[in-house]
Design a binder for this molecule. Structure first.
Ligand SMILES: C[S@@+](CC[C@H](N)C(=O)[O-])C[C@H]1O[C@@H](n2cnc3c(N)ncnc32)[C@H](O)[C@@H]1O
Ligand code: SF4
Length: 361
């Protein structure tokens, strides 16, 4: 192949897909037209030669494979038995853009799959994102495999790790995900927690298997043990269904209420960016079910809980800002690694803002 032909082909394919999504060309548009992150731009501002530069969730979604060590009942890859190894050399793809100066930073990168921690090239890919300072990286991992690289990046607040735990019961976990890995996953999450990160997120995907009282209360205990920085909730994407079972909405509301009550911070609704009437209805039903629970049994110190949640969020933001600055290209330019200036700056920090315990470096 002529040098540059691969790059030209990628640019052409991107242009063709854009044309299909905008009705300018026949062919499959995949799920793109329903995406909540579609953004309107003037045609003159669209440039297929560059990649990246959009800090929108999933604007850079790394998913060049679907192979995984679990078999979650709710996952489409399990339903269709569609587990495939990497389909192309992912870093080679990015390199074609980078070496032309056409790979932009400031992205929101979802590193998903399949199970990323089972990729042979996981460390290499993560390291590429970090060393080229490509933006915020969210690693979606089932956390069955402990990775030192994940721990190290968490410790420096260079990534966010999202793990769907979906229950606090080993028996439900096995039924739901096909493997008896609950205790291993919790053990790995606690190890990751000990990195001191602000970026450990848990997720509860609600489906027919995990909406019992035992699942709910055991999950709350797991949250108290793992102390994640966020808990996200999401009903199982019911492919093709027009609405969600009322049991799922009721469970979501109960889980929301009890998490607020016992952990002191409100969970995050993972569906907020999803478009369409079924999602609007789900959100409205969830809101009114949570309100109804609060009317029946008001949270005694709701304002205190809110205050605690706000303080916690502000603390996390400060830690993140510190770590972003610490690992930024600008800092490396002004205060190079190993330099006297950096040593002095560290000392000054330690004796001023760094006296606040959670901001110490
Ligand atoms: C496809 S997985 C890939 C990454 C990794 N294996 C994991 O499980 O985190 C990415 C995310 O999609 C979620 N997911 C998969 N199927 C889903 C479904 N039917 N409904 C809702 N969330 C789903 C998973 O829980 C996970 O958080
Ligand atoms: S661990 Fe992730 S990719 Fe694997 S089956 Fe479950 S949801 Fe799908």
């Amino acid at each position: 192949m002529r040098d540059g032909a691969g790059y030209d082909l990628m640019v052409q394919r991107r242009r063709e897909h854009f044309e299909r999504v905008n009705g300018l060309r026949e062919g499959s548009t995949g799920s793109c037209p329903g995406c909540g992150h579609l953004k309107e731009k003037k045609f003159k501002d669209v440039n297929f030669e560059y990649i990246g530069g959009e800090p929108l969730a999933a604007a850079m979604n790394i998913q060049h494979y679907t192979m995984c060590n679990e078999r979650c009942t709710y996952c489409n890859f399990s339903v269709e038995d569609n587990f495939v190894p990497p389909q192309y050399e992912f870093l080679g793809y990015l390199e074609e853009f980078r070496k032309r100066g056409k790979l932009r930073g400031g992205n929101w990168i979802d590193f998903s799959g399949g199970e990323p921690a089972t990729l042979k090239s996981f460390d290499e890919i993560l390291n590429y994102f970090l060393s080229h300072k490509l933006g915020t990286i969210v690693v979606y991992s089932n956390s069955t495999v402990y990775k030192q690289s994940i721990y190290d990046a968490l410790e420096k607040n260079q990534i966010i790790l999202t793990t769907s735990l979906d229950t606090g019961l080993a028996s439900t976990y096995k039924k739901l995900r096909g493997l008896d890995f609950y205790s291993k996953v919790v053990g790995n999450l606690i190890r990751y927690r000990n990195s001191g990160t602000s970026g450990l997120w848990l997720k509860y995907v609600i489906c027919d298997i995990n909406r019992t009282e035992d699942d709910l209360w055991s999950f709350i205990m797991a949250v108290l043990a793992i102390k994640p920085d966020k808990v996200m909730m999401c009903p199982e994407f019911a492919y093709g269904a027009e609405s969600f079972p009322k049991e799922t909405v009721e469970f979501a509301a109960k889980l929301w209420y009890q998490l607020e009550k016992h952990t002191g911070f409100a969970p995050v609704d993972y569906t907020t960016a999803f478009k369409g009437p079924k999602w609007d209805r789900y959100r409205a039903d969830l809101r009114s079910a949570v309100e109804a629970l609060k009317v029946k049994r008001p949270l005694k110190s709701e304002s205190k809980l809110k205050e605690r949640g706000m303080v916690r969020a502000a603390k996390s933001r400060l830690i993140l800002a510190r770590d972003r600055a610490l690992h930024s290209a600008l800092r490396a330019r002004i205060l190079p690694d190993g330099s006297t200036q950096l040593r002095i700056a560290r000392r000054v920090w330690g004796e001023t803002v760094g006296r606040i315990a959670f901001l110490r470096v």
